[in-house]
Write a protein that binds this ligand. Structure first.
Ligand SMILES: Cc1ncc(COP(=O)(O)O)c(C=O)c1O
Length: 447
């Protein structure tokens, strides 16, 4: 075989790339990928990621309390998940399942059905990410309602985040992500999240096919709805013949202390969108699970069945990663760990809130999906330190103590904590000690 460099002189191989130093990576990335996004995000170059830890080129160890925004549920590079993916690779089986029969994809859909609320969402549509999963949900409810002539519109929530494709920003409720994509899907209306009265008023018009809702709004700043809201949503969607579509892409996968947030209120939605954590952060994945009735209303005919297919759907590597991640979560009691560690973490955050009521406005969340909202910095301190205390505190936690928290793009006042479901008490203590020291420093600097 000829050496690739004899064919294309400056070609980089995987081996070359893995030996790049930080400077080269940054130069190449700025030249060929999204330079400004990396610069504005203060992006790091990590040379290794394992469990709850990242290593940078200087050898510093960083604690991961962000998990790529809720993706590496079972820790980075989980060896159990890699082992199962390797098994599929080594078997040399056909990888793409979309229009073939596929053993691993079939097993994943089966197991997700078993773990769905009430075991009722036994049909799956697959995707390669969250936004594509949402597009799949939009299409599902449109095709399923194609003969209901009065059902012309879709209802969704203000401030919701469902991804950045055109359909997803249409059901999304933030103009920030919609503004350069107009014209959007014109059939979507938005109501305030958590407001059952507004929901009933809208649904009573009889024009809505479906209501899209995040059971906990993530990007909006970890907003939890009032108790009983999801139950009411279920009742109203049934009463007015609208499908309930729960986007559990960020809050699902055991993070809340149950597999699905809807299960905290014994609610069985018609559709749940999933992505992020379901492949352990190793391969791109996503999709939805739904009832047999709804899926068949959409796709159980030769006229419609091909309307949901895409090249990488029902991909064996995604399905293997999904199966392995679920197995790892269940066998290691990680959902119970999320509930227990979440209570401990929220308890420590509440103590911090009591100590700094002039800095912290609220602590909220469920399990290991936690938000901490801060007030605006005093005017004299705004600018370089940011606008909100969250920005200043986050910056110092990352830089001084190497704890990777994140604050939400949609709400800069809010810190978001999304550690892996494997997180330990010691890791929470380290993160909390860093947060406490940083908050004390910032309180002194801004006094
Ligand atoms: C609730 C929710 N839905 C959808 C998405 C979009 O997922 P993806 O980034 O994989 O397209 C996200 C991503 O943050 C999300 O939090």
């Amino acid at each position: 075989m000829a050496n690739v460099k004899d064919i294309v002189k400056d070609f980089y191989t995987v081996e070359d790339a893995m030996a790049f130093d930080e400077k080269t990576v940054k130069e190449l990335q700025h030249k060929h990928l999204n330079k400004v996004r990396n610069q504005l995000s203060d992006s790091f170059f990590f040379t290794k990621a394992e469990g709850s830890k990242f290593w940078d080129e200087a050898g510093n160890v960083h604690l991961d309390f962000n998990t790529g925004v809720g993706v590496t549920t079972v820790g980075s590079n989980n060896p159990f998940v890699w082992e199962k993916i390797k098994k599929v690779v080594e078997s040399k089986q056909h990888i793409i399942g979309a229009i073939m029969y596929h053993n691993v994809a079939a097993a994943f859909a089966h197991d997700m059905g078993l773990l769905s609320p009430g075991g009722k969402l036994t049909k799956m549509g697959t995707a390669t990410g969250g936004a594509e999963a949402i597009e799949g949900c939009i299409k599902l409810v449109k095709i399923a309602s194609r003969n209901k002539k009065d059902k012309t519109r879709i209802l969704a929530c203000e401030n919701a985040f469902h991804g950045k494709t055109t359909g997803a920003v249409s059901v999304g409720g933030k103009e920030q992500w919609r503004k350069f994509q107009h014209p959007l899907m014109e059939c979507v209306d938005h109501i305030p999240f958590g407001d059952a009265e507004a929901l009933e008023k809208a649904l009573a018009t009889g024009q809505y096919k479906a209501f899209f809702v995040e059971p906990i709004q993530g990007e909006a700043g970890v907003k939890t709805p009032p108790k009983g809201y999801l139950k009411k949503v279920r009742e109203l969607c049934t009463k007015y013949d609208a499908y309930m579509v729960a986007d559990e892409i960020q809050c699902g996968c055991g993070r809340s202390g149950k597999m699905w947030v809807c299960q905290h209120e014994d609610v069985i939605p018609d559709v749940i969108a999933f992505a992020k954590g379901f492949s352990g952060g190793i391969v791109p994945t996503g999709g939805y699970i739904t009832t047999e009735e709804l899926f068949e209303a959409a796709y159980d005919s030769p006229e419609t069945c091909f309307h949901h297919s895409a090249t990488y759907q029902e991909n064996a590597l995604c399905a293997a990663a999904g199966l392995a991640t679920l197995q790892y979560i269940l066998e290691n009691n990680l959902i119970e760990n999320a509930a227990k560690m979440g209570d401990y973490f929220i308890g420590r955050l509440n103590d911090l809130w009591k100590k700094y009521p002039e800095i912290i406005k609220e602590v909220r969340g469920m399990g290991l999906m936690i938000g901490l909202e801060t007030f605006a910095l005093p005017e004299k301190c705004q600018g370089e330190m940011g606008t909100y205390y969250a920005e200043a505190i986050n910056h110092d936690c990352v830089m001084k103590y190497h704890v990777q928290f994140s604050h939400t793009f949609n709400n800069a006042a809010v810190f978001r904590f999304l550690p892996p479901l494997t997180v330990t008490k010691d890791e929470i203590d380290y993160a909390m000690d860093s947060l406490e020291k940083t908050t004390a420093d910032i309180a002194e600097k801004t006094a």
